[in-house]
Design a binder for this molecule. Structure first.
Ligand code: APR
Length: 251
């Protein structure tokens, strides 16, 4: 019987997480695949169905056809997000907050599932925005996405704001400026963490993928839970390869 079986690793992970004084978590799309939301870079992921270079912020702003394609992609994805339920991994992070010690979840996800699982909204930084709301690129007005996605379905293929501005889901697209306050807070949190846990991210998109490096520089213990290896595995104290639901659900 192997002494270093998965349960031994999960027990070691649990010990690090319980001992953390200021745990910071960086989550990626991999934490939500067990909730039915595809990730981006796994086989069958979103970028195997859509070309990310088509949906840069510049292209979205520049032409109505890109905006129509983007809302059309949303027509199939948005209902998935709305229907999705938090899974065991999300619930485990909510339980960690209730136990104390969890300082922040920095999520690259746009599905709102951490908040739905019970993590306090103030403790969750949505560094790539949210797909559940729409923002006007001119006046900045925010609204729920339902009515705007419905306008698109009813034939308004390039929804605009009452002010005349272009409406866009409140996510951060490639080429779009990162949310300043959220990004600065995320980097400050990573620099102050004693334990930094990455869950379900390929760690290839910046600046989010710099966060584990900032935590390591300040002497944090890096823990990784991901189905595939990441470039940070060698620098991690623990890198567990498997499904987040099973591993985090097991702590
Ligand atoms: N459990 C654990 N890991 C998983 C699971 C799972 N159930 N499902 C997938 N994974 C892993 C994959 O192996 C992959 O390494 O999660 C990772 C997801 O990586 P990506 O699809 O690249 O998602 P993410 O890292 O969040 O992408 C970052 O890229 O396109 C942009 O803005 C988008 O926020 C996104 C950013």
């Amino acid at each position: 019987m192997s002494t270093s079986g998965p349960t031994t690793e999960i027990r070691a992970l649990a010990r690090y997480l319980e001992a953390a004084r200021s745990l910071v978590v960086l989550s990626g799309a991999g934490i939500s695949t067990e909730s039915g939301i595809p990730d981006f870079r796994s086989p069958g992921g979103l970028w195997s169905r859509y070309d990310p270079s088509e949906f840069t912020f510049q292209r979205f702003c520049a032409n109505a056809e890109t905006r129509r394609r983007y809302w059309e992609m949303g027509a199939s994805l948005y209902p998935l997000l709305k229907r999705a339920e938090p899974n065991r991994a999300h619930r485990a992070l909510a339980a960690l907050e209730r136990r104390g010690g969890l300082h922040r979840i920095i999520t690259q996800n746009i599905d709102g599932l951490h908040q739905r699982a019970g993590n306090t909204p103030e403790r969750v930084i949505e560094i790539h925005g949210t797909a559940l709301e729409v923002t006007c690129l001119s006046c900045g007005a925010r609204q729920d996405r339902d009515p705007v996605q419905a306008r698109f379905a009813a034939g308004d293929l390039d929804p605009h704001c009452e002010c005349g501005g272009i409406l866009k889901p409140a996510t951060i697209s490639f080429g779009q400026a990162m949310p300043e306050r959220e990004t600065a807070t995320a980097f400050a949190d990573a620099a102050a963490a004693d334990v930094f846990l990455v869950v379900g991210s390929s760690l290839v998109v910046f600046p989010a993928a710099d966060l584990p490096a900032v935590a390591l520089e300040r002497g944090a213990t890096l823990l990784i839970v991901n189905r595939e290896p990441t470039l940070y595995d060698a620098a991690a104290t623990l890198a567990l390869h498997g499904t987040a639901g099973e591993i985090l659900g097991g702590i």
